[in-house]
Design a protein around this ligand. Structure first.
Ligand code: NDP
Length: 294
């Protein structure tokens, strides 16, 4: 019987640690960490994500500020707001919810955020620091995946890891983190040949393709650790929607451990965002705002 990795519980523990760090900062006379969240337009999923992030801030004691801008906001206006937040000493983290409306160049927006306040870890500077094995701000979902992995395998050195997906926000950073942990990493994507065969020889599989239940039971080696990033809404037989991951959960009982969907990687993403905000606040308060690698 595969162990179910309880992402909610692990996220709760991380939040507790984050809350304790904030308390210690305040006791030491430091500023309360602040997170600015920008939402452009009315995408329903983005609205839900932003509300969850704001609530999570309240829970651990991060001061959040919310900037809801209309869908027709111009690029210059958004960049000007980011510029002001970059200069605001009460703001330690800036998050601009994606996707952005088509008139806005997402790459320019991500580049405009001060890397020291880039708590999403999407800025090329932070991606580059991760690539070179340094300590920047690491993207939240990938960071959460590694937390979950280490809850069952504290030292994954030497293990064969397969990452399915090569996006800049999930697949590539997860692969880099696994490499930094000493794993031998294969990155698979839509052009990969013999994926089931590669999967069958992997000790760790991180599935981030967004294809519902693509990883079948027959792809999984007994004892492997499975981390499911994918979230897809499917219509159940009873006519009700349900969320499923990229892994056929009911077929992988011979795995060593598996994350459920929901309740696995998802809760960790927000917990890592909060932890990143505290990390950024500490670095900025130490006066290392422009040198996150130090
Ligand atoms: P993208 O669509 O950006 O990337 C999907 C990746 O999967 C691509 O690299 C693509 O390859 C690859 N892929 C597609 N089809 C196949 C296939 N048949 N075999 C192997 N690889 C394939 O998605 P994201 O990385 O943004 O997200 C992935 C999933 O994770 C989604 O379900 C998303 O909802 C979820 N997600 C969950 C989060 C959470 O907090 N739990 C956070 C972020 C994302 P190619 O590059 O060749 O096209």
């Amino acid at each position: 019987m595969a162990e179910i990795i309880d992402g909610r519980e692990i996220a709760r523990k991380l939040d507790e640690k984050t809350g304790a760090e904030i308390k210690a900062m305040l006791d030491a006379g430091q500023r309360r960490p602040g997170l600015a969240v920008i939402l452009v337009g009315e995408d329903p999923a983005s609205q839900v994500y932003v509300s969850r992030k704001i609530k999570a801030c309240e829970r651990v004691g991060i001061e959040s500020s919310e900037y809801r801008l209309p869908a027709d906001t111009g690029q210059d206006e958004l960049l000007a707001l980011i510029g002001r937040l970059n200069d605001d000493a009460n703001v330690h983290g800036i998050l601009c919810q994606v996707p952005l409306p088509p008139q806005i160049d997402t790459r320019l927006v991500l580049l405009a955020i001060d890397p020291a306040k880039d708590v999403d870890g999407f800025h090329p500077m932070n991606a580059g620091l991760l690539f070179t094995g340094s300590e920047g701000l690491v993207a939240c979902t990938p960071s959460g995946v590694i937390h979950l992995l280490k809850s069952v395998v504290p030292d994954p050195t030497g293990m064969d890891a397969l990452v399915i997906g090569r996006s800049n926000i999930v697949g590539k950073p997860v692969a880099m983190l696994l490499l930094n942990e000493g794993c031998t990493v294969t990155i698979a994507h839509s052009k990969t040949r013999n994926l089931p065969e590669i999967a069958r020889r992997s000790d760790i599989i991180v599935a981030a393709s967004g294809i519902a239940e693509m990883v079948k039971g027959g792809w999984v080696k007994p004892g492997a650790v499975l981390l499911d990033v994918g979230i897809t809404r499917v219509r159940g037989e009873n006519g009700k929607d349900r969320l499923v991951g990229d892994i056929a959960f009911d077929e992988v009982q011979h795995a060593g451990a598996v994350t459920p969907v929901p309740g696995g990687v998802g809760p960790m993403t927000i917990a890592c965002l909060l932890a990143n905000t505290v990390r950024a606040a500490k670095a900025l308060d130490r006066g290392k705002a422009r040198a996150p690698a130090a």
